[in-house]
Design a protein. Structure first.
Lengths: 143, 143
DNA sequence: CATACTGTAATCAATTCAGTTTCAGTTTGT
DNA sequence: ACAAACTGAAACTGAATTGATTACAGTATG
């Protein structure tokens, strides 16, 4: 269900929240991510459900991390968003009358799954803290 | 440039061509993949450019592999199609005034690149021959 | 009770994706 | 020579997706 851009947006938001224990409002985060606050809230909703961040309504409300940024791996974020598979299946189901076509979905799915695990394994090596530090120093260096 | 569905379509087509040394016409392949011949030709064009398959125009024309299916790794197919990154960057460029936002593209890009390499490494372990065999036996088993 | 937030539904425009039509060019068999 | 069976490519369409935006209800705070 989650579109491709959601992941980078989520990581960005989490890295931002890692900077401030008290958290930030959706519109503040949105201005850093350069998107609309309403849209961002839709994305952040997932992260709330999974428990990475918590939300406070009302005045002075906003979002903040529920645990240290070192404890949030990007693989968990990826999983939380229920991203579409990187290797999408054929748009239309193959012809079942064809000996190759009939078996393709099974084979392709197995490979797509393995690819997905490789992605998760790579993302598991990075935490939100890594991204936050990296982003800040990269930002400084680029000046 | 290549959309997500192109990869599975290409792999399917290649696996089909691995079945017959003389190759097949675009409409034959299209009926197995369950797509339109014209659209399929658009996808196959890439594989011709890279040299995995060759095309013959005119009557009795069509497509066929230029080398054994064991020698075509899925990673090469993936690269040939110049797929979009699995981890798409944020749709809009982050706010450069924000210390975190300004560094995000750099950091995210590095991680996205590493993920891409992990995908390629996984796909490198499979050849078109593997898929062709697997697809045929999976098709037989599912009956 | 005004202010500053979140939550959510609904709508919109732009883009993308794949399907389709059409036609020009090419090769082969008769 | 010509008809048949192909590929190549441009152009158009419809549907789906994506993210932006508006609007409004709900909620906590001072």
């Amino acid at each position: 269900m989650a579109a491709s851009g959601w992941f980078s947006m989520s990581v960005h938001a989490l890295a931002l929240l890692a900077q401030n224990r008290d958290g930030y409002s959706s519109s503040f985060i949105a201005s850093s991510v350069n998107t609309h606050a309403v849209f961002l809230r839709r994305v952040l909703k997932r992260l709330v459900e999974v428990g990475f961040i918590e939300t406070r309504e009302g005045r002075d409300g906003g979002y903040r991390l529920t645990k240290p940024s070192e404890d949030i791996r990007l693989s968990e974020v990826y999983k939380a968003l229920e991203m579409d598979r990187a290797l999408a299946p054929s748009p239309a189901a193959p012809n079942p009358m064809c000996p190759v076509g009939s078996g393709m979905p099974t084979v392709f799915d197995a490979i797509a799954l393995e690819v997905e695990q490789a992605i998760l394994e790579t993302l598991r090596r990075y935490t939100v803290a890594d991204v936050a530090e990296g982003a800040v120093s990269a930002g400084i260096l680029s000046k």
